[in-house]
Design a protein. Structure first.
Length: 306
């Protein structure tokens, strides 16, 4: 069966918080943050619902389909507006969708997990599915914690997937999880994000490379055939290390974390939309989408753009 990317859209809050602004209240500097993370600024504001609605509306507009044409809504989010109800029905109601709607939480791997879920739904008879990654991470940041406050931002990205019997854009997936590493990156109810950065870095590079290699093998695509790598935007050093081990030049990686920071499940679609809108995506190109997140989870996919 075939799955096509029909359209895409993104949304970020208007409020820009620069490293220099953070340095006014934290023992840090623009040079310190940029050197260690690659992040120069982040967007702050909105909610998973409000950002998701805007990204979803833009994806529908780019797809030239109406709300009645969407058969299912999958929202990847780590930061739902409430514990219950899920954010997806709230987004659906705001957008005027009348289809089934559900949240999915695989942390920063969530968008690729959602693509895999949508792929399965399309295999069972759905026609078009709206997939949104939307996060309001800064709501759960301790702004006095230098380790986390400099990393996270808010935003959303969305794609419309459509069944196509003649061919497919999604060639393979490689997903996994290891709950024994759950305590490396956490956020408790009424708490803040906390992370063992050194250990997350070590494990992240390993699982990204392993899942990417598996996805490439399953798609029968070699690393030198990849025109674009769309990675989770966590840390520039992780992206550099992973691409180096995969034998893919860093120039082929899409990097937007300098502008948006780590936006968890919305980081991959934000990078994907940026690549498309900046003209880096061409018909027939192979792309590797890959990420990791709390859980610990990881997910990669190989795409051939139509």
């Amino acid at each position: 069966m075939g799955v096509r990317f029909r359209g895409w859209g993104s949304a970020v809050p208007d409020r820009v918080v620069t490293n220099d602004e953070l340095s006014l209240t934290l023992d840090t500097s623009d040079a310190w943050i940029t050197e260690r993370t690659g992040i120069r600024e982040r967007r702050v504001g909105g909610s998973a619902k409000s950002l998701g609605v805007l990204a979803g509306q833009r994806a529908l507009a780019a797809s030239h389909v109406g709300v009645g044409d969407i058969d299912f809504l999958v929202v990847a989010t780590t930061t739902p507006d409430r514990i219950t109800p899920a954010t997806a029905p709230l987004i659906a109601a705001e957008m005027g969708l009348t289809c089934p709607a559900m949240d999915l939480n695989a942390a920063c791997s969530g968008f690729v997990y959602a693509l895999r879920t949508a792929h399965g739904l399309l295999e069972t008879g759905q026609r078009r599915i709206l997939v949104i990654g939307s996060e309001n991470l800064t709501r759960w940041v301790d702004w006095s914690d230098r380790n986390m406050a400099v990393l996270l931002g808010d935003g959303a990205g969305a794609v419309v997937l459509e069944y196509d019997a003649t061919g497919t854009d999604l060639l393979s997936f490689a997903l996994g999880a290891d709950g024994t590493a759950a305590d490396l990156l956490t956020c408790e109810h009424d708490g803040y994000f906390q992370m063992d950065g050194r250990e997350v870095f070590r494990r992240a590079v390993r699982v990204v490379v392993q899942s990417a290699e598996q996805a490439l093998a399953d798609a029968d695509v070699k690393a030198d055939q990849i025109s674009l790598v769309v990675p989770h935007q966590a840390n520039i050093r992780i992206i550099q290390a992973a691409t180096q081990r995969l034998g893919i030049e860093m120039e082929r990686a899409v990097v937007v974390l300098d502008r948006y920071g780590n936006t968890s499940s919305s980081s991959i679609p934000l990078a994907m939309v940026d690549a498309i809108e900046s003209g880096r995506v061409h018909t027939g190109d192979y792309a590797l989408i890959t990420g990791f997140g709390a859980g610990m989870t990881w997910a990669s996919a190989v795409v051939r753009w139509s």
